[in-house]
Ligand binder design. Structure first.
Ligand code: FAD
Ligand code: DLZ
Ligand code: SF4
Length: 508
């Protein structure tokens, strides 16, 4: 009996479990560009184009490999507009009575599949290193779910960077060597870029037509859109940038948007690359002496540590996770997250870059746009929607724990043991933004004082009850308490004035 095999836009791997469970001789693969997926948030046009182009090329590859594929293009008249609708339509066409799927990366789609009137078998997404049960076993009974301990388990499990059962280089984690500000003269020219081929060009026209008004510039479009290109982009990174990845991982430069980052998250998340090939390529560079241990360990930690840990948290915490708001924040997301019209140069640069590239690196996401939203008391649900929309690598399983958990502390400390907040000094140390900013980073109060400085103290003061006893925050409260009372009043009044300007829609 024929079955349908659902392949979603972020499941573009020939090793995906749904394909392994299917019978090439009789089953029919269903892939569909649908309005529901393209519109659940106003995705960046580059993200939509990337997914559609990669889906079309993957469908061709499956056909070449002998699969029967029913592919729905967005602009087809018969398109029902949803994944569920397309499965039902294809079931009627083919007489299929069952669907084989790989579990989607979002609760919304998992329940849409469960609600289908025909049976759907959702197989585990074993492109990931750690399954749900394994994560739950690890988490069970622990007071705190610290990534570092999870990561060590994943190192032991994979054998990556292990020597005789011990961590290579004598340490699990080389992060303290990875916090250097970037020098001005970096020699890495950024990720490998690809000229659009005919498939990509056709998708670009479609996306321009349908989503051209969304936040984000579509062209120039340079992403890899198939496995071969993604692998070339990976090799380029390993050869040219990995050796310096560790040293400058947290740095930010106005004229260098990618620094030594890999820019492979969108390929990994869509299925064009797998964690194993990426980590083995990095490990091989260390073994051959081409990249130092601090860089390779730091990079591998992001993938088998943070990435897997975030996914574990998303599925463990359940569908209500994205609604968490422990700090009870209600302020709307300021318009400058969409327009970049702010005098805060660091924020303007992060938003401009996001608009043009659908990419910002981790510290820009965490310590610029995320930090500002947390300090200013923005509703985390709005922050979550923004991040889900604007980045090419954003899918809920990875975006939500990073935003709701790590960046906004809205889950009350499941992901982070303390909120990631800072004043302007940290940003100044790690970037070249402040020298060209309309605000003064060294000014703590009064006209022209950096808003991060003001809002930082406002945040600590507002949440004293919650954070004062946190050992990692105690020093900051001591510094605040040592300030003269009059100065503290001025800082808080100036911070309040920034928030009033935000609420009034005045330029900040
Ligand atoms: P590199 O710096 O080169 O790191 C290598 C790889 O490690 C990445 O490609 C990614 O797969 C993985 N990685 C690194 N950090 C994380 C992390 N915290 N969580 C999961 N994987 C990680 N990552 C996403 O893939 N999708 C998101 O929607 C997303 N949203 C984020 C939102 C916020 C507020 C923050 C602070 C981080 C977010 N991240 C997200 C994590 C991280 O910022 C991106 O993975 C990274 O910037 C992608 O760029 P890169 O490929 O150059 O990464
Ligand atoms: C993100 C996205 C977009 C924009 N469009 C589609 C689509 O048309 N068809 C599809 O199968 N998948 C798409 N995706 C990816 C899904 O939204 C993704 O599979 C879920 O969010 C689960 O991670
Ligand atoms: Fe950002 Fe403040 Fe520096 Fe301006 S002075 S770039 S607002 S940290």
């Amino acid at each position: 009996m024929v079955k349908l095999v659902l392949i979603l836009g972020d499941q573009l791997s020939e090793e995906i479990s749904a394909l392994r469970e299917a019978d090439k001789a009789c089953d029919v693969v269903v892939m569909a560009e649908v309005a529901d997926e393209a519109e659940y948030v106003p995705h960046h046009p580059k993200k939509i184009a990337f997914i559609f182009a990669a889906m079309r090329k993957f469908a061709n590859r499956l056909e070449e490999a002998g699969w029967q594929v029913r592919y729905t293009r967005l602009d087809e008249d018969a398109n029902s507009g949803s994944i569920a609708g397309e499965l039902l339509r294809r079931a009627e066409e083919t007489g299929a009575k069952e669907v084989i799927a790989t579990e989607p990366g979002e609760w919304r789609l998992i329940s849409a599949l469960e609600d289908l009137p025909i049976p759907v078998h959702q197989f585990p997404d074993d492109r990931f290193l750690c399954g749900h049960d394994e994560f739950d076993d690890w988490a069970e009974g622990r007071k705190e779910l610290r990534m570092e301990y999870f990561y060590r388990q994943m190192r032991r499990k994979t054998g990556l960077l292990m020597e005789d059962g011990k961590p290579a280089g004598g340490k699990w984690n080389f992060d303290h060597e990875n916090r250097r500000p970037a020098p001005g003269d970096l020699d890495f020219g950024g990720p490998m870029q690809f000229t659009p081929d005919d498939t990509v060009k056709e998708v670009l026209d479609l996306v321009d037509d349908r989503f051209g008004k969304n936040f984000g510039t579509l062209r120039p479009f340079w992403f890899a859109t198939d496995q071969g290109q993604a692998r070339r982009a990976l090799s380029h990174f390993v050869k040219r940038a990995l050796p310096m990845f560790g040293d400058y991982q947290d740095a930010m430069l106005q004229e260098n948007r990618f620094l030594y980052h890999s820019v492979i998250s969108m390929y990994l998340n869509a299925g064009l690359l797998g964690w194993r090939e990426v980590c083995e390529a990095a490990e091989a560079a260390w073994r051959s002496g081409d990249a130092p241990i601090n860089a390779v360990e730091g990079f591998i930690r992001q993938i088998i540590g943070w990435r897997e840990y975030m996914r574990g948290i998303y599925f463990r915490e359940g569908p209500e996770y994205t609604a968490r708001n422990i700090l009870r924040y209600v302020r709307s997301l300021p318009a400058f997250y969409w327009t970049a019209e702010t005098d805060m140069l660091c924020v303007a640069k992060a938003v401009e870059q996001t608009r043009e590239e659908a990419y910002a690196h981790h510290i820009q996401r965490l310590m610029i746009t995320g930090n500002f939203a947390l300090l200013a008391g923005i509703d985390p649900a709005e922050v979550h929607e923004w991040y889900l929309a604007v980045y090419a690598d954003a899918y809920e399983w990875v975006e939500a724990p990073n935003v709701i958990g790590m960046s906004q502390f809205a889950d009350g400390g499941i992901v982070g043991s303390k909120p990631y907040v800072s004043g302007g000094n940290y940003i100044n140390k790690m970037s070249d933004y402040c020298g060209d900013c309309a605000y003064s980073v060294s000014k703590k109060t009064g006209e022209g004082a950096c808003p991060f400085n003001l809002l930082y103290w406002g945040f600590l003061d507002r949440h004293r009850d919650r954070f004062e006893k946190n050992p990692r925050m105690a020093q900051m409260y001591r510094t605040w308490d040592k300030m003269d009372a009059e100065r503290r009043r001025t800082v808080l009044a100036d911070a309040e004035a920034v928030l009033e300007r935000l609420d009034a829609g005045d330029r900040v």
